[in-house]
Ligand binder design. Structure first.
Ligand SMILES: [Cu+2]
Length: 244
């Protein structure tokens, strides 16, 4: 399988990985919107703080100011922050509910977390192709080939079609795990005896790297996730080859 177009974190990366789903694009945009308010509030509070430190120092104000109450200012500093909260809440709720939406999926894939690997089940393939189950283990450091990513590459990648509504079911077999792929905007807890559902719609082909994101024992760092999105034709070809 291809080893180019890798979507993984880079050394000293501070910002998001490139989005590959509408959900992740929404998360990046919400972050931008929130950053505007965050920056504004940070500088406003800093200005107030330094003004206060400067004008109210002991040397220049030996007697306390008798003012203890101001109705207008109290109304202003109550209403403006609550307006800001509403402006912040509206887009974040819109995003939250749109992430929860599962739109008539044409494919379901089940991800099960184990100590310490993931296993995948494609249960709704056609009769001819049959069901598909496989385990996905990390490639150990001494078996890596040139260009493969340390602690991120797996022996069996999960291949999914792009441009398709996919239902992702996540569960665990032993302890808590979490199935997380940053570029896809997915992070779902894997709980024993419980099936968590999310959806995915990949906008482009690529290889997307993720990691278990719920501390699950000594092998927690050694159970990465690799999702490869391909065209629908290539996906069907992969499915047939994998089962033959
Ligand atoms: Cu885990």
């Amino acid at each position: 399988m291809s080893t180019y177009l890798l979507d993984s974190s880079s050394p000293w990366q501070l910002y998001f990985q490139d989005p590959a789903t509408p959900v992740m694009e929404g998360i990046v945009n919400l972050h931008h919107d929130l950053m505007f308010f965050l920056t504004f509030i940070l500088f406003f509070v800093l200005v107030l703080l330094f003004r206060t430190l400067y004008y109210f120092q002991y040397n220049s104000n030996r007697t306390a100011n008798p003012v203890i109450h101001g109705t207008v200012i109290e109304i202003v500093w109550t209403i403006i922050p609550s307006l800001i909260l509403v402006i912040v809440a509206l887009p974040s709720f819109a995003l939250l509910y749109s992430i929860d939406e599962v739109i008539d999926p044409s494919l379901t894939v089940k991800c099960t977390g184990h100590q310490w690997y993931w296993s995948y089940e494609y249960s709704d393939s056609s009769e001819e192709i049959g069901a598909l189950n496989f385990d996905s283990y990390m490639v150990p450091e001494d078996e890596l080939e040139l260009g493969e990513l340390r602690l991120l590459e797996v022996d069996n990648r999960i291949v999914l079609p792009m441009g398709t509504h996919i239902r992702v079911l996540v569960t665990a077999a032993d302890v808590l795990h979490s199935w997380a792929v940053p570029s896809l905007g997915i992070k779902v807890d894997a709980c024993v005896g419980r099936l968590n559902e999310t959806s995915m719609f990949a906008l482009r082909e690529g290889v997307f790297y993720g990691q278990c994101s719920e501390i699950c024992g000594v092998g927690h760092a050694n159970m990465p996730i690799v999702v490869e999105t391909v065209s629908v034709n290539n996906y069907i070809q992969w499915l047939v080859e994998k089962n033959s």
